[in-house]
Design a protein around this ligand. Sequence first.
Ligand code: SF4
Length: 344
Amino acid sequence: MSGSFKVKSIIGSRSKRGEISPEDYLMRSKNLIEELKSSTPISIHDFRELKIKYSNACRIYYTAAAISRRKILEEEVRKEFLSLLFTLRKNLEIAIFEDMIKVKNKSSLFKTASGKTFFGVSAKQGVSIRYPLMTCSPTKSCGGRCYAHDGRDRELNLVFRSLFNYYLAFQYQNGSASTREEIIQSLSKSFDYGIKSSKIEMSNAKQQGFIRKPRIRFSHIGDMVFTPDFTNRVAEEIKKRDEDITCVIYTRRKEISKINPTLFKINFTIDSDSDSNLKFATSKCKVVSSAWEGELSEQARVNFLEHHVEKVKKPVNKGIICPVTLNHSLYKSCDEANCDICFN
Ligand code: SF4
């Protein structure tokens, strides 16, 4: 990844599980939140130095997230971790971002931010754009359970990637017409890369016997509705280059009406049928549900059964279930499950 270090070279080797005390990391996490909240932004020469400055904080966040996903953990302790993970990550992101906008070497930051890793490409998520969790409007249930705290998305380089993407969006939202054009121009090669990658992915699916359109996910973590002008413009540029690409956005934000429904398939996410956010879903949205604790929604077009490394929740009530979340040991991707409910 452009601008990324090997995580190990910054934060050292991971601690062995036996060396990590959950209680110790609960305390460290709480202290870190207070420290981050009271930190004053400083001007650093280069964004690479920021990675070093925040390496220890990223490590504490990573370890807290990993502990919360352990198969064996006292339920009370798990609950405590789940209740602070979102606040920890959000404050970490805010502190990094406030320093990032003060970085002196802006050209190197801009070059890295607009590089091709603006788009993530992975077997599980396909082609997608990451955003920081500070752009989310979390519910009580989703903040700690969010899949951003699972696997690779909790690592330092990907926390930074989501902030680089947001850095561009922030400059675009607050910039003049010429700044906006400069940002879009700088992303030109990245748009080509994202489109090409999504078409390769589509061809691979076809070879496996599954016919579907190419697609790009807008914020599989974070919420791009937070920066609607930038988000609409990115989709517009992608569509201008290739109108076959389906742009899919996932959101919980009530400002969803600022997103141009002619550019997107919109997946409005709720927690359950009683989720009060449901009133913000417009007629242009497809309602999908997180099904935390396995609670299915009948109103949702599809339910993503809660699944983490340590376990999959058993479904409760009636509703359509996403096949990957139901059988994630069998299907690693939507294509393997021959499913594209979310994208059409
Ligand atoms: S419902 Fe289908 S398209 Fe949506 S995430 Fe699950 S497998 Fe993929």
